[in-house]
Design a protein around this ligand. Structure first.
Ligand code: COA
Length: 295
């Protein structure tokens, strides 16, 4: 029973039986949501090809696809991502409360892309943006539990099946989430984006990276470009968006490299350096993301 969100968040098994949401949410989950998106309805930069109509389902509708989702999406993220304690703490609540914002797009029952988000309350000002990825999770779950009406969808992640990347599919997942947000009355859509190319420049502050545009005006980073092509704009860095801490041995295992002495290290697929403190037996990674706004 693993969906894209769980693939990204590695649930703590102890959480599995916590909260099942309100009756409306239970009904929403049990009601199959079957939309389709025809490639070409929403023009992208790369039309044509072999992609047929995509069926949009929620992970909750299609738990039978769990194994396929794991096989497709687990390899696209680095191991350390799965050890964010905030993500792990809130996975079961997010799954129970917001199943409608966890979509898979199927090409003849083959999972080709997916994405998920959480609804939060946000007043539209940069000053009151949540504290990145972790902050958005906390805001969504505590807001829901305290009956704070949401007005904004925060898109948390999207992924495309390896071998199908580069065909504009992630844009379809983002569009599906945006449409769901609008249909639910959420006025705004934002995302703490994890730029795919940033790991090649871990020493560069996100503030600088955010300005790196190509000659066509679009960003140097392919994932930021995918958002821009849907009309999204850059708001600014999301410092300490995701904090991942572990023992030195854990970090050596996650990163598949040795950390022989205390200091900062460049780790594959990490957007920022990892701080290793051998005396305290602690590795700490504070990932900076980039806030983008769609609506
Ligand atoms: C990042 C990702 C979601 C982009 O999805 P996508 O549907 O392939 O994106 P697009 O087809 O719109 O491509 C956008 C640009 O990225 C380029 N691109 C996409 N995948 C690529 C790849 N594997 N290698 C090189 N370039 C790639 C495309 O050529 C395109 O470049 P262009 O703007 O010059 O035309 C997808 O590559 C992915 O799943 N990556 C792993 C998970 C991830 O990092 N998710 C984002 C953080 S949550």
């Amino acid at each position: 029973m693993i969906n894209l969100r769980q693939v990204a968040l590695t649930p703590d098994p102890a959480d599995a039986h916590r909260g099942h949401g309100t009756r409306e949410e239970m009904e929403a989950r049990s009601k199959p949501i079957r939309d389709t998106v025809r490639r070409g309805q929403q023009p992208t930069h790369r039309e044509g090809g072999t992609v047929r109509d995509l069926e949009i389902v929620t992970s909750a509708d299609r738990r039978d696809l769990g194994e396929q989702v794991t096989a497709v999406f687990r390899p696209v993220w680095p191991e350390f991502i799965f050890h964010d304690p905030i993500s792990n703490k809130y996975t079961s609540q997010v799954e129970a409360y917001f199943p409608q914002y966890d979509v898979l797009l199927l090409d003849e029952d083959e999972v080709v892309t997916g994405g998920w988000g959480v609804p939060i309350q946000w007043d539209g000002t940069s000053a009151s943006l949540p504290g990145g990825y972790d902050g958005a999770l906390i805001s969504a779950v505590t807001g829901h539990e305290n009956s704070v009406p949401p007005d904004t969808l925060c898109v948390m992640a999207a992924a495309v099946k390896p071998g199908r990347q580069g065909g504009g599919l992630a844009g379809k997942a983002l569009t599906a989430l945006r449409e769901r947000a609008t249909a639910s009355g959420l006025q705004r859509v934002i995302a703490p984006v994890r730029p795919t190319l940033k790991s090649r420049y871990p020493l560069t502050p996100m503030e600088n990276f955010a300005r790196w545009a190509r000659s066509d005006g679009l960003h140097l980073d392919p994932w930021i470009r995918a958002h821009q092509r849907l009309g999204a704009s850059i708001l600014g860095p999301a410092p300490r968006s995701m904090i991942i801490s572990g023992t030195v041995a854990e970090w050596e295992d996650w990163a598949k490299m040795a950390f022989p002495e205390t200091g900062q290290y460049i780790v594959p697929d990490a957007l920022d350096p990892v701080d290793i403190d051998r005396e305290r037996d602690r590795g700490t990674y504070a990932e900076t993301n980039l806030w983008m706004r769609h609506l």
